[in-house]
Design a protein around this ligand. Structure first.
Ligand code: FAD
Length: 443
């Protein structure tokens, strides 16, 4: 399609860049509100370029847009079991959570495969009236003489398109929010890189192996030796007839440890415990991606003249070490951006001053509240000892507690201190313990 020749859509109310969960939510909400919307996606299909370990956490915003979305969305399994395993060189220690409520509607989380989910979600936006323009990369903005954004330039010939407002949802490495002057370069310390594989496995084998009933799912995270000293973690999620398995590592830590993310994934898959879990599976897909993990401190300016930024492009990802929530944050911010766009349209005001409502509404929503509430976890996750010292202290202490060798047993406190003294100074340990306690117990 020649964008300039498309007379019906010469000027849109809103142009959205990126058909991930953030952009598509805005597109769907705006189309439902009767606005003229164009949704650009550089991939051949939405989801094609997207990767995610795959837990879509329950989203009230999505439920409002598509009531009981889980009934028709291509979700794989309802996550009923959450498990975290801490690995040292010879021990693994697991914590497992099963809550009966998680297995009942509206469910707590759903495993999804993004190529399927994003495609379905974009189709819902199209059905509501949004124009999806795939295989098109937005390369820059069109500004008027007052520096207000009035449209976008694309990589198509004559590919200029005009609108009152542009919603930028182009993901973690958002070149467009940088071009709009809303953010500067990313700090590598705040960015992680991930590699993920989808492994095919027969349904009955999967359910037997992971002790799951029909439609039940497991989200299993791994820490410590899982990443061979690299600051990060690993995951294994169950889909209908496949497993999503992956590793996440901080960019800077991978460089320091001189290991690529692809090699790290191979090493993870070759751990004895993991080999057992993934035996007799076939690789169906591989992908790599970045994750913004800077928390609230990494959130850039979220609006400007004629522009709003949502999802990963705005650094809206909440990582706590036990969970990663990005999709529901993208959906939440996409919905709030759509709300603000509708009131802008009513007021015929797309100025930065009017659009600043977006920042206010996001602060009132779970999106910025959660990022603020868990900001101290970001600090903990920046401590390298969380990845390469404490897992081993924990595993060995508990292991020694269980050990029976005919000698008198030492109490657990002295078992812990022995490990601490062997691996880290007592002062450092106390400082770290206070930091963790403050993150959990203090506001
Ligand atoms: P994206 O999903 O990245 O979508 C951006 C879209 O924009 C893409 O489709 C891209 O092709 C398109 N695009 C980019 N630039 C342009 C351009 N110039 N023109 C046109 N189109 C463009 N989150 C969770 O909630 N749960 C999890 O379990 C989870 N696990 C994860 C595991 C991994 C390995 C990774 C990498 C991420 C994980 N996340 C998870 C995070 C989650 O995937 C993201 O937070 C979420 O996808 C952000 O959505 P988004 O719409 O902002 O961006």
């Amino acid at each position: 399609m020649n964008l300039k020749d498309n007379k019906n859509y010469e000027k849109f109310d809103v142009i959205i860049v990126g058909a991930g969960p953030g952009g598509t939510t805005s597109a769907l909400a705006l189309a439902k509100a009767g606005l003229k919307v164009a949704l650009f996606e550089r991939g051949e299909l939405p989801g094609q370029k997207n990767v995610s370990g795959g837990i879509l956490h329950y989203s009230e915003h999505l439920d409002r847009l598509i009531p009981q979305f889980w009934k028709e969305a291509p979700v794989e399994r309802y996550v009923t079991k959450y498990k975290t395993t801490v690995l040292s060189s010879k021990t693994s220690l697991s914590f497992s959570l099963k809550n009966d409520e998680f297995g009942k509607p509206p469910y707590n989380g759903y495993t999804v495969l993004r190529p399927k989910f994003d495609k379905w979600f974009a189709m819902k936006a199209q059905e509501a009236g949004a124009l999806l323009i795939p295989e098109t990369t937005v390369t820059d903005f069109i500004f008027d003489k007052d520096k207000k954004i009035i449209g976008v330039k694309t990589d198509r010939e004559d590919g200029y398109l005009y609108s009152d407002l542009v919603i930028v949802a182009d993901g973690v490495n958002s070149l467009l929010s940088k071009k709009a002057g809303l953010r500067s370069d990313f700090i590598p310390e705040k960015i992680s890189v991930a590699a993920k594989e989808v492994l095919e496995i027969p349904k009955s084998v999967l359910e037997n192996r992971f002790n799951l009933k029909e439609n039940e799912g497991l989200a299993h995270l791994f820490m410590g030796e899982a990443t061979q000293g690299v600051e990060g973690g690993a995951f294994l999620y169950t889909n209908k007839t496949s497993l999503s398995i992956g590793v996440v590592g901080k960019l800077t830590s991978l460089q320091e440890c001189k290991i690529s993310i692809a090699d790290l994934l191979e090493k993870f898959k070759n751990l004895n415990m993991i080999k057992e879990l993934i035996q007799n599976t076939t690789i169906k897909g591989y992908s790599g991606h970045l994750i913004p993990e800077g928390g609230i401190g990494m959130v850039p300016k979220l609006y400007g003249n004629g522009i709003l930024v949502v999802g990963d492009a705005a650094g809206l990802v909440c990582t706590t070490g036990l969970t990663i929530e990005g999709m529901n944050f993208a959906i939440g911010s996409g919905a709030v951006a759509a709300d603000v766009a509708v009131s802008s349209k009513k007021a015929k005001d797309f100025s930065e001053r009017f659009l600043s409502k977006y920042g206010k509404q996001l602060r009132e929503s779970f999106v910025l509240s959660d990022l603020k509430a868990y900001r101290k976890f970001t600090g903990i996750l920046e401590n390298p000892r969380i990845y390469n010292v404490y897992p081993s202290i924990l595993c060995e202490t508990v292991s020694n507690f269980y050990k029976v060798d005919g000698k008198p047993k030492r109490n657990i406190r002295s078992l812990l201190w022995k490990q601490v003294k062997d691996k880290v100074s007592c002062l450092t340990f106390i400082k770290d313990a206070i930091q963790i306690a403050r993150a959990i117990l203090w506001k």
